[in-house]
Write a protein that binds this ligand. Structure first.
Ligand SMILES: Cc1cc2nc3c(=O)[nH]c(=O)nc-3n(C[C@H](O)[C@H](O)[C@H](O)COP(=O)(O)OP(=O)(O)OC[C@H]3O[C@@H](n4cnc5c(N)ncnc54)[C@H](O)[C@@H]3O)c2cc1C
Length: 461
């Protein structure tokens, strides 16, 4: 089994030719820091609407090195935050509904750009299944459905599938039921980010790789090779943000780990089903997420080691053996037909989590400084919407996008260490115990321990 090496996705994609580092100090209209989806989508929409703009993207490693080249490939319309928290914004509940609609439309927007720019990201819009694998999880799904209905989601947005209906789509061992939402697509994430970087370059954006930004001040991003002076400097560094001076407590770099099987046999696929290529997750507190890949494997992810002390990162994504075993156990439990399949590759990455678990998009017109991120694991779709929104903010467009409730949303800071580390590790210890208890007792009620975890974390529901 290969471990680390950034991701399986990059391993199969093959690394495209590298861009040079910044050769010397330069000037631009817009300087984007970070070459993941957020930075590249922002550059894409800015240059498409205003081809005269000089745009520079500065990337510390290579485009797609971060979460954008390592994720589970869910182009999901899930809200990266809490309805009740966003509803406190000036547009109230109606603003939350507008943001949710915009996210659903964005799934199609990603597909549209893939087609328009000839990006072959193996995109299939098969929807998403949240599968309950215990009675307590099933109870949570039904609560979630009630909550969604109370917010106005109809059958076109989310439906409950009983065991028999789920089995028509796929066989998940111990499944009690599932929620199905049509607004999700599966992609090969590195193929998307590679294609996007190519499209952005074609439009005339200058991408500099192996160029770490060491500080951001109004009008200037500094690197070891020189400065980029620009009216607008946009920070698009999500899970890596804590490395920049003064930003240690803004976004917590939460770890997520994945494994992928070798291609499964026809017999295994006949047992599992899954012909609709839905993305699949469970309803555990320490939940899993999975996709059926274009080449007939299952890629499955989960939390693993949730957080490294002092916002530490593991650059190449090496996964602890215990995490590989945990994920393999979940895979075998849910899909017994995978028991004899080898695990080909394991890797991990970081995503950015704000203290109130609500993503944000910001631009200060006076200083020219902006940023977007904190998508809490739902960034593939949200980064496109955030990129379009940042582009509108820079161009002074009074579009509907700039009025959505995550624009200007402010989250509290994370606690200093060692509180931050202790809090996150205790939280996941509590969640894992709650998951074990729920499975063992087969009780139709959420473990009270998990409620304690929710209170510690401030995770919104
Ligand atoms: C394992 C895993 C699975 C996930 N699964 C899903 C999923 O299925 N669906 C979903 O919606 N979301 C998922 N996410 C989250 C999603 O991938 C991210 O939210 C999204 O990719 C964030 O994009 P980004 O461009 O903001 O950040 P990133 O992709 O992390 O890009 C940031 C870039 O900034 C660069 N950078 C950092 N610091 C500097 C600096 N100082 N100077 C220059 N460059 C810098 C980094 O090298 C990096 O390339 C997952 C994340 C992980 C880690």
């Amino acid at each position: 089994m290969r471990n680390g090496d950034v991701s399986f996705w990059w391993h199969t994609q093959g690394v495209p030719p590298r861009h040079l580092s910044l050769p010397e100090s330069t000037e631009a209209d817009v300087c984007v820091v970070g070459g993941g989806y957020t930075g590249l989508w922002t550059a894409y929409y800015l240059k498409r609407t205003d081809p005269g703009l000089r745009i520079v993207v500065l990337e510390a490693a290579f485009t797609g090195f971060g979460a954008s080249g390592r994720n589970g490939g869910w182009v999901t319309a899930a809200l990266p935050g809490s309805r009740s928290r966003y509803a406190k914004g000036p547009r109230g509940r109606e603003g939350v509904r507008a943001l949710e609609r915009a996210l659903r439309d964005t799934v199609d927007e990603v597909a549209r750009v893939c087609q328009a720019e000839s990006i072959d990201a193996s995109l299939v819009k098969g929807g998403t299944l949240a599968v309950a694998t215990s009675p307590a999880q099933d109870a949570r799904l039904r609560e979630q459905l009630e909550h969604d209905r109370a917010w106005g989601d109809g059958e076109d947005v989310v439906t409950y599938l009983g065991k028999a209906e789920l089995a028509k789509r796929m066989n998940v061992a111990a499944a009690e039921g599932a929620l199905f939402s049509p607004d999700c697509a599966r992609i090969q994430p590195a193929a998307l980010v590679a294609g996007l970087a190519e499209a952005v370059s074609r439009l005339g954006v200058d991408i500099y790789e192996a160029t770490p930004v060491t500080s951001i001040e109004p009008g200037v991003a500094s690197t070891p090779f020189g400065d980029v002076r620009a009216k607008y400097v946009l920070r698009c560094t999500e899970g890596f943000t804590a490395r920049l001076p003064g930003l240690r407590r803004i976004l917590l770099p939460m770890n997520s780990a994945m494994i992928v099987t070798e291609p499964l046999s026809d017999q295994a696929w006949a047992e599992i089903g899954w012909d609709g290529y839905e993305t699949v997750g469970d309803e555990a507190h320490a939940y899993m997420y999975a996709q059926r890949t274009a080449d007939g494997r299952i890629a499955i992810g989960g939390r693993g080691v949730p957080y490294r002390y002092a916002s530490g990162l593991d650059d190449r994504g090496t996964v602890a053996p215990a995490t590989v075993s945990q994920l393999t156990e979940i895979l075998h439990h849910m899909f017994p037909a995978t028991q004899s399949a080898k695990i080909s590759h394991a890797w991990c990455g970081v995503l950015g989590v704000p203290r109130d678990w609500c993503a944000a998009v910001h631009l200060n017109q006076a200083s020219g400084l902006g940023w977007a991120g904190g998508y809490t694991g739902h960034g593939v779709t949200a980064s496109n919407l955030a990129g379009r929104t940042l582009a509108d903010l820079v161009r002074g467009e009074r579009s509907e996008l700039v009025t959505l409730p995550w624009v200007g949303h402010r989250s509290p800071r994370w606690e200093p260490e060692p509180l931050r580390w202790t809090g996150v590790h205790s939280l996941y210890a509590v969640y894992r115990t709650a998951d074990r208890l729920e499975t063992r007792k087969a009780s139709p009620r959420t473990s009270p321990l998990a409620r304690v975890g929710d209170i510690i974390s401030g995770i919104p529901h």
